[in-house]
Design a protein around this ligand. Structure first.
Ligand code: PMP
Length: 356
C-alpha cells in the first residue's frame, strides 16, 4: 500500500543539521558555523530557558491549556487586538496550515511568490488547493509591490506575501500592502508572513486588521526570539473569525513548554533588541564586504549573487561555513547567508571571498 499520489507536492527539504555536516566532513560540530537556517546566533532569552526548566519541574503530564490562553492574551495586548484574533500555532508553519484549512475548498487556488517559502505550496497541496505564482524579479532587486501581485492575480482564495521575504530579504511598504488589500476581492485572504518582521523597520500589518476584513498576519518566535527548536508562532486574524480557530487547529495546538517559554521571551526586550541590532550590523557588514553582488535585506540574512551557487555553497561548507544554495527556493545562482555573531559573520565573509 502507498500514500495517495503526492507527486505534485514538492518535498520540504530543510537545511542540513550541523551534526550531520560535521560527520560528513569528519569535523567537530564546534568547528562549523551554521548560517543556513536564519536561526538566532545569540540563542534564546535566558528567561525563556528558565521557563523551560520551570515547566519541566512543574510537570509535563497535563495537556496545555492555561499557558495557551495566557500567550494569546499577552500577544493580543501587545498588538492591540482581541484575544480571539490570536491563533497560537506550532511555528508560523502551523499557522499557515490553519489558514489553509480555514479558507480552502478542494480545487481553489492560492497565489504564492516565486521564489518563495516552500511551505505555502506544500500546505496548499495538502489542503487540495491549486497553486498559481507571481514572480519576483532579480533585475528589479526582487521589489514587491501591489502591481506585481495584481498582474498575476485572478481571484485566488489566498494570496501569500512575505515581508521581509525569504530568501531575498526584500520587503513591502505598508502603503503597497494597503493598496493590495483594497484591490483584491472581498473573498480573497491576503496572508502577510512576518516571520522576519522584528528585523524590519516597517510597522507590522497587524495594525491594519482593524481596517481590513481580508487580512491575516503570521509571526513566529523562531527568529528574533530564538525559539526555533520549540516550534511556536501565531497568526493574527480578522475579528469576525472568533469561532473558526477551534474548528481548524490541532487539539492543543502548541505545547506547554513552548507557550511558557514564549511568554517569558516576550518579557525580555533586551534579548530581542540585541538580537535585532546584531543582525542589522551583520547584514550591513556583508553588504559592504562580500566580493559578490548582494541584495538589500530587511531580514536576518543576505542574498548574494554568486553564479555557481552549488559550488560556492559546497566549498564554503568544506571550509566550515554552512550557507544555503537557493536553488531549492527556485532561485539558481544565489546563496543565502544568515546573520551570525560579529565573529561568525567576519569569518563567513572572509571564507566566501576566497571562494567567489
Ligand atoms: N515563513 C517564512 C518566510 C520562513 O522563512 C519561515 C522559516 N523558515 C517560516 C515562515 C516558518 O517559521 P516557523 O519556524 O515559525 O515555523
Amino acid at each position: 500500500m502507498q500514500p495517495r499520489d503526492l507527486s505534485a507536492t514538492s518535498p520540504y527539504v530543510p537545511g542540513r543539521g550541523i551534526e550531520e555536516v560535521a560527520r560528513d566532513l569528519g569535523l567537530d560540530p564546534a568547528e562549523l558555523i551554521k548560517l543556513s537556517s536564519n536561526e538566532n546566533p545569540h540563542g534564546s532569552s535566558p528567561k525563556a530557558v528558565d521557563a523551560v526548566y520551570q515547566q519541566a519541574d512543574d510537570g509535563l503530564h497535563v495537556y496545555p491549556k492555561a499557558s495557551h490562553t495566557d500567550l494569546a492574551e499577552k500577544l493580543a495586548a501587545k498588538w492591540g487586538v482581541a484575544d480571539e484574533q490570536i491563533w497560537v500555532s506550532p511555528g508560523a508553519d502551523g499557522a499557515i496550515d490553519y489558514l489553509s484549512r480555514a479558507m480552502l475548498d478542494p480545487g481553489q487556488s492560492v497565489l504564492v511568490p516565486d521564489p518563495g517559502f516552500s511551505y505555502y505550496r506544500m500546505s496548499t497541496r495538502h489542503h487540495h488547493g491549486e497553486i498559481t505564482e507571481y514572480e519576483l524579479s532579480k533585475a528589479d532587486g526582487f521589489a514587491q509591490t501591489a502591481d506585481l501581485v495584481l498582474d498575476s492575480y485572478d481571484g485566488e482564495r489566498i494570496v501569500h506575501i512575505t515581508s521581509p521575504h525569504n530568501p531575498t530579504g526584500s520587503e513591502w511598504t505598508r502603503d503597497e500592502i494597503r493598496t493590495l488589500l483594497g484591490e483584491v476581492d472581498d473573498e480573497t485572504l491576503v496572508v502577510v508572513d512576518e516571520a522576519y518582521g522584528e528585523y524590519s523597520e516597517e510597522p507590522s500589518s497587524i495594525g491594519l486588521l482593524g481596517a481590513f476584513e481580508n487580512l491575516a498576519v503570521l509571526r513566529t518566535f523562531s527568529k528574533a526570539y530564538g525559539l526555533a527548536g520549540l516550534r511556536i508562532g501565531y497568526a493574527a486574524v480578522p475579528e469576525s473569525w472568533a469561532d473558526a480557530y477551534a474548528r481548524v487547529n490541532t487539539p492543543f495546538a502548541a505545547n506547554e513548554v513552548a507557550c511558557r517559554a514564549a511568554l517569558a521571551a516576550l518579557d525580555d526586550d533586551d534579548h530581542v533588541e540585541q538580537s535585532v541590532d546584531s543582525a542589522r550590523w551583520a547584514r550591513e557588514y556583508m553588504h559592504k564586504n562580500l566580493d559578490a553582488p548582494t541584495f538589500d535585506s530587511a531580514a536576518n540574512f543576505v542574498l548574494a549573487d554568486v553564479g555557481d551557487a552549488g559550488r560556492v555553497a559546497e566549498a564554503s561548507q568544506r571550509a566550515g561555513v554552512i550557507i544555503r544554495d537557493c536553488g531549492s527556493f527556485g532561485l539558481p545562482g544565489c546563496v543565502r547567508i544568515s546573520c551570525g555573531t560579529r565573529e561568525q559573520t567576519k569569518t563567513a565573509v572572509e571564507t566566501l571571498n576566497e571562494i567567489v
